[in-house]
Design a protein around this ligand. Structure first.
Ligand code: GDP
Ligand code: IMO
Ligand code: MG
Length: 435
């Protein structure tokens, strides 16, 4: 069975750790959207890796990693990442596949991102300034340049025209800019020399693998609430981070996705702007930032923190069709006297159980909390469910009840091994463990 692992909150849920952990059960790990705005942290062999474009299964030799057509690829960022893990002894030769239909992030996209944010002023999104939004704009605007356009089989004149028109349009937009389109084209020729060996028709590769009985793990970047359609628009990223993006982002049908695991922190964080009903601006928020080292893996910006929001999680279950949850960073809640779980909202004095579809509505939502006891014995590093303090087990049970799906996995530290796989039928399906 193929599975998907994706973010159920606003990103940074700990997807990298979970995907790395599950990778030995799969032959292929395939990213379906986003770009190097992602930062997926994996600790392996005593080292910390932050994966941006490369799928989080890349540290396991023998596993094929796929960059789907749904991604926007900054070639320089990709090469830097390949060099970085190469220096740590991880070789991607022969096991990295990049879709010929993936779009390229070019130097002017980054500048346009910075410029757009400056223009938004107070209404800024707080993007990662990586050129993600502008590259997707060009894709939807049907003027983007795709990886396969660089190949010597693609019509050269079309590439030249596209580069020239794009660069001239951007020179027009930025008064002080005088970028030479020929230089951009020359650079793309150099890019192609290094990129070519990885480029393929990813849909064909995945379907062949499935015919051969090989298992695929689909990897989401960002999270449900950052999805371009279903997230807290306009404070979102520009891609389909929810499970619907898997099909369009890789060229596979919906029936190829056997089960979907949503990753969520035991509390909530978000980087960047936008409404956040359970946000904590007090000492408790500070405590979560310090305890959870809540700083962005890509930009280093402090993440905003809040209590677990079961309303948002129920929404993630509905939008993605989640089968089970992986709850991460349990250990960060160690030592708290009591905890709050946001189980519903109140808006304009009325109770609300469903996540609103409109941003102004969400901004007016007040969290309604259920208070539960904390635990004094640490969960940090605990590796079996029974060894958790009783109150921590009760916390998980309350989350399951509030969200409505089982918690199949609990993470109690950033290390691969600091993980609890629930020893039940769910885990048997997911992780090929004996039931
Ligand atoms: P991703 O983008 O979803 O892959 O998540 P990030 O890597 O951006 O952020 C998650 C952070 O939490 C990383 O620094 C991880 O090493 C760390 N982390 C993951 N799981 C746990 C956990 O269970 N406990 C603690 N303390 N840290 C964790
Ligand atoms: P991973 O995969 C958390 C946020 C940015 C900003 C918004 C738009 O590590 O979970 P963009 O540069 O994408 O146009 O920024 O989305 N954002 C993330 N937040 N985790 C991420 O990725 C994110 N990728 C983008 O902070 O608010
Ligand atoms: Mg991250």
């Amino acid at each position: 069975m193929n599975i998907a692992v994706l973010g159920a909150q606003w990103g940074d849920e700990g997807k990298g750790k979970i995907i790395d952990l599950l990778t030995p059960n799969f032959s292929i790990v395939a990213r379906y959207q986003g770009g190097h705005n992602a930062g997926h942290t994996v600790y392996a062999n005593g080292r910390k890796f932050i994966l941006r474009l490369l799928p989080s299964g890349i540290l396991h030799s023998g596993v094929t990693c796929v960059i789907g057509n749904g991604l926007v690829v900054d070639p320089q960022a990709l090469f830097a990442e390949i060099d970085e893990i190469g220096a740590a002894g991880v070789d991607v030769t022969g096991r990295l596949a990049i879709s010929s239909k993936a779009h390229l992030i070019l130097p002017y996209h980054k500048e346009l991102d910075v410029l757009a944010e400056a223009k938004r002023g107070e209404r800024k999104i707080g993007t990662t300034n990586r050129g993600i939004g502008p590259a997707y704009e060009d894709k939807i605007g049907r003027r983007g340049i795709r990886v396969g356009d660089l190949s010597d089989r693609a019509p050269r004149q079309m590439l030249e025209d596209a580069v020239r028109q794009n660069v001239e349009a951007r020179n027009h937009l930025i008064a002080s800019a005088h970028m030479d389109w020929r230089q951009v084209l020359d650079e793309l020729d150099r890019v192609w020399i290094r990129l070519a060996p990885f480029v393929t028709d990813v849909s064909v590769l995945l379907h062949q693998a499935m015919r051969d009985g090989r298992r695929i793990m689909f990897e989401g970047a960002q999270g449900t609430l950052l999805d371009i359609d279903h997230g807290t628009y306009p404070f979102v990223t520009s891609s389909s981070a929810t499970s619907g993006g898997i099909c369009t982002g890789l060229g596979v049908g919906p029936k190829t996705i056997g089960a979907i695991l949503g990753v969520a922190k035991a509390y909530t964080t978000r980087v960047g702007e936008g409404p956040f009903p359970s946000e904590l601006l007090d000492q408790m928020g500070q405590r979560l930032r310090d305890g959870g080292s809540e700083y962005g893996s890509v930009t280093g910006r402090p993440r905003r923190r809040g209590w677990f929001d079961a309303v948002a999680l129920r929404y993630a279950v509905r939008i993605n069709g989640l089968d089970a949850l992986a709850i991460t960073k349990m250990d960060v809640l160690d030592g708290l006297e009591s905890l709050e779980i946001c189980t519903s909202y109140r808006v304009d004095g009325e109770p609300l159980h469903d996540f609103p579809s409109e941003i102004g509505h969400l901004a007016r939502c007040q969290p309604v909390y259920e208070r539960v006891p904390g635990w004094s014995a640490p969960t940090a590093g605990v590796r079996s469910f029974d060894a958790l303090p009783a109150e921590a087990r009760a916390y998980i049970a309350t989350l399951e009840q509030a969200v409505g799906i089982p918690v199949a996995l609990i993470s109690t530290g950033s290390d691969r091994h600091d993980t609890i796989l629930r020893d039940d039928a769910v885990a048997a399906t997911w992780f090929a463990l004996p039931a």
